[in-house]
Structures are given as C-alpha cells and as structure tokens.
Design a protein around this ligand. Structure first.
Ligand code: TYD
Ligand code: MG
Length: 452
C-alpha cells in the first residue's frame, strides 16, 4: 500500500494544502490550516460497486419517469427560496452566524411540514429534546407532529433515519455530528466532510429531503459550511444585522431553482414571521425628503425590492479621508466616486464618505450605481431629492448609463408603493410604466446637470 502522506486543510473553506502555512491562500483566513487525518472508508462506501458501469441514454427518459415533485412547507418565503418547495432525495445546507435564527426557522419549517401531513424529523446535536420542546412551546408549535432526536453520532442518526424514513430530516448542526470511523474531533474538516457526505448519500438513496444546518465561524476553530457547499444540491444563507429584527434567507446555489432568490423574515417574540411585502419594510420612515437619502428600485432574485440608500458626506480632518460602506461593495463605491470626479467634475477629496443601505439589507446589484451616485451628490450638495422618486441604472466607467434587467418590474413595484417618478437609463421602445413618469437618462453628467 502506498504510504499516506500527511495532508492539511483549511477549517474555513476546506481547501486542501500539501504543507502547513499560516494563511490559507484559497480564502485568506489566518491560522485556519490543520493537519488532516485521512478519510478512511466509511459505511457509505461499502455499497459502492452495485450499479457499476450502468448508464442510461438522455433520450430514453419516458413519460413514466416521475417529474420532480416538490413538497411545500406552507411557509411561502421559505418555499420561494427553495425554488418552489423541497425536492425529495435532496440535500440542502442552511448556513448562518450563530444566534441568527437557523434553529428557529427550521423548527418552524419542520412543524409546517408536519402540519401538511408529511413526516418530519428534527435531530439536534446542540439541544436536548426537552429544550427543543420548550422552544416549540414558545413558538406555539408544541402540537405539531415532529419527531425529535438529540443525537450526535452519525451511525445512530443513520439508524434512526433508516427506521423512521421521514420525508424531511433536519440535522442541527453538521458541526456537532461525529462519525466514529473518522479519527478527529467533531467540528473538524474531516468530520464535517464525512458526516455531510454520508448524510447526503443516504438522503439520495432513501428519497429523504435532508437539511443540514451549518454555523459560519470566524475564528476557524470549527470547519465552516463552505466545506460542504459543493456536496449539497442547495445552499441557503440566513443573514441579518445584529440589532435589526429582519432576517434574509438567501439562495446562493440551487440545483432545482433560481439562485439569488431571497425570503424575508422578521424575528419576533413568537419566532420568525414572514414578511410578504419587504419593500415597505426596507423603506423605513420616509415621510419627508431628506438630503443624502434616495430610494433604489432593485431586484432580488425574481422579486422587485425597494430599498433606501443613505449617504453622508462630511469634511474630513484626516489625510486619507474615510470611506465607510455598510451593505454595499466598497470597491464599487470607490469606482462611483472616481467616475463622479472624472466625468462630472465633482470631487470628494477632503471629505469623509459614509454609505449605508437601510434596514440591514445587502445589495450586490450594479443597478444600484445611479442611486448611490444620487445619494452621494444629494448629501454633498445638501439637496433632497423628491420623496416620491426612485432610481436605478448601472454606471459605466465612461459615465454612460447602462440599462439593467427587468425595468418594468422595478417600475411596477415603485408604482404600487406610491412613487410617481423615476430616473432610469433610456428604456427601448415605448412601454407601460404603470403610471410612473420616467426620466430617461443617457449618462451621469446629464443627470447631475438636471438635478443638482
Ligand atoms: P436560534 O434559532 O437558536 O439561532 P441559531 O440556531 O442560528 O444559532 O435563535 C436564537 C436567537 O433568536 C436568540 O438570540 C433569541 C432569538 N429568538 C427570538 O427573538 N424569538 C423567538 O421566538 C426565538 C425562538 C428566538
Ligand atoms: Mg441553533
């Protein structure tokens, strides 16, 4: 047998390295590389070889092959993010910071499933069954027919799953699970990988929809969910700012539906409640116009979402003025500032610039460029934009405004919420703008000229 050489892997991202280093060059985390014990052959690999060499022709699929039947939880925001419900024989990872509400969300989802007559099993490696029951009581779910298990040994869990054969199984969390054929501590990369691999394989074999909970860890002491991201079909992240009650469930990978879809929840004393009209929520208190604050008509996944963008520009005592961004990309802000300077002659040198997306929302769309530029200009000039106006559009380095996806959906949502005008890139053809008067723009300088 060939000599097994030592291998090292990063606890944060799971990247495998040939030797130890202080920093992982794959994800940049420090002090996260540890020596691995090699994955020995586990129970799952014993069944290998049964289906050796069998393939089927793509065209041979007949009508008798069942189409994907999804099961709905009845929590609309949750089902939406999954792409229209849970797919049987699939594995889903729900990641998020500790304390963000993953266990709460999934216990509610399990109860909702059970209420629709489907069998749901919730296995916790973190809480005793009595603690989960207490939580359920608080959430008003104590009558739901959910089977509970407090278990960390993978072999015991697989035995339970084999006996119960639930339609939905939730494993909370993957970092507490422990496979006895792997010789390292729970939470290490090898353990997390082995547990995720076996649970995923089992789910596929037995037609169970399995949901793995993964804590995002910053210190790298336990392996993060990124280690299992590539093994599962769907990856959801549950995010939110501390101090805000809003939580966003975001799909970042989905083999059975659109990625980038979001579901919005509010954490209340009675658990998470769905927010079906998130635009109204993210707009905050906008009863009077204020300088530096504008409304961006965005799209998150398949859904339009209006958010308030706030900027503050203040004289800076520093040689290198501050650029602080919350909820948006800081290099994108640098780019907008540079374009404003080079193409419209407006400089921010000598000024501190703060940019904030209201409500703890995060935006990644370049379509927010125009709204960001408008917020910066409005703050700098201390001129408030009309309170009934929205903006969207991507700004190119030349200062030209580029069209963005789904302008109609953005305008429709804005009209629904009582906005009456919009600044947007020139839209091709004449279209139904839902009663909103649209100011078509070709470039940034013409916008600056007409408004400021
Ligand atoms: P939890 O679901 O335990 O988080 P995670 O599993 O992601 O670690 O949520 C814990 C937080 O949620 C805790 O700080 C209290 C809060 N919470 C509420 O505000 N209301 C509730 O009804 C519940 C159950 C929790
Ligand atoms: Mg938890």
């Amino acid at each position: 047998m060939a000599k097994q050489s030592a291998s090292f892997s990063c606890n944060a991202c799971g990247a495998v390295h040939r030797k130890w280093a202080g920093q992982c060059d794959a994800c940049g985390a420090w002090n996260s590389i540890h020596e691995d014990t090699p994955l020995s052959t586990g129970p799952a690999s014993k069944s290998l070889g049964k289906a050796k060499g069998r393939t089927v022709a793509l065209s041979s699929l007949t009508e008798t092959d069942k189409p994907l039947t999804r099961s709905l939880s009845g929590i609309a925001e949750f089902d939406r993010v999954l792409g229209g419900g849970l797919v049987p024989a699939s594995a889903t990872l729900v990641g998020g910071d500790p304390g963000i509400g993953k266990s709460t969300l999934l216990l509610q989802a399990a109860a909702a499933f059970a209420r629709r007559g489907q069998s749901a099993l919730y296995i916790s490696g973190e809480e005793a069954a009595s603690q989960i029951r207490m939580r359920a009581q608080r959430l008003g779910l104590s009558d739901a027919a959910v089977q509970l298990g407090a278990e960390t040994n993978l072999r015991d869990i697989l035995t339970t799953l084999e006996a119960e054969r639930p339609a939905l199984a939730i494993i909370d969390s993957i970092q507490t699970m422990w496979a006895d054929h792997v010789d390292s501590a729970p939470g290490s990369v090898s353990q997390v990988r082995a547990a995720a691999h076996e649970l995923t394989a089992f789910a596929k074999k037995r037609g169970i929809a399995i949901i793995l909970v993964g804590h995002v860890t910053k210190d790298g002491q336990i392996a993060g969910p990124r280690v299992v991201e590539h093994m599962v079909d769907t990856v959801l992240y549950f995010e939110g700012e501390r101090g805000h009650q809003f939580r966003i469930l975001r799909a970042v990978k989905n083999r059975f539906g659109p990625a980038d879809e979001i579901g919005v929840f509010e954490m209340t004393g009675m658990g998470l409640s769905e927010v079906s009209n998130p635009s109204a929520l993210f707009l905050g208190e906008r009863d009077r116009p204020a300088s530096g604050s504008v409304v961006f008509a965005g799209i998150e996944g398949t859904r339009p979402l209006l958010v308030e963008i706030q900027a503050l520009v203040a004289p800076s005592p520093l040689a290198t003025p501050r650029r602080t961004v919350v909820g948006w990309d800081s290099s994108r802000l640098a780019m907008i500032l540079a374009v404003l300077e080079a193409r419209a002659g407006i400089t921010f040198t000598g000024n501190d610039v703060y940019l904030n997306i209201a409500g703890g929302m995060r935006i990644s769309e370049p379509a927010a460029d125009l709204a960001v530029a408008a917020a910066l200009l409005s703050a700098r000039e201390d001129i408030a934009l009309p309170a009934d106006a929205v903006l969207f559009g991507e700004i190119s380095l030349s200062g030209a405004l580029r069209p963005v996806a789904q302008p109609d959906a953005r305008l429709k949502e804005s009209a629904k919420l009582g906005f009456t005008r919009a600044w947007a890139p020139r839209l091709p053809g004449s279209r139904d703008t839902g009663g909103i008067s649209v100011e078509n723009l070709d470039d940034l300088p013409s916008f600056v000229e007409s408004v400021f």
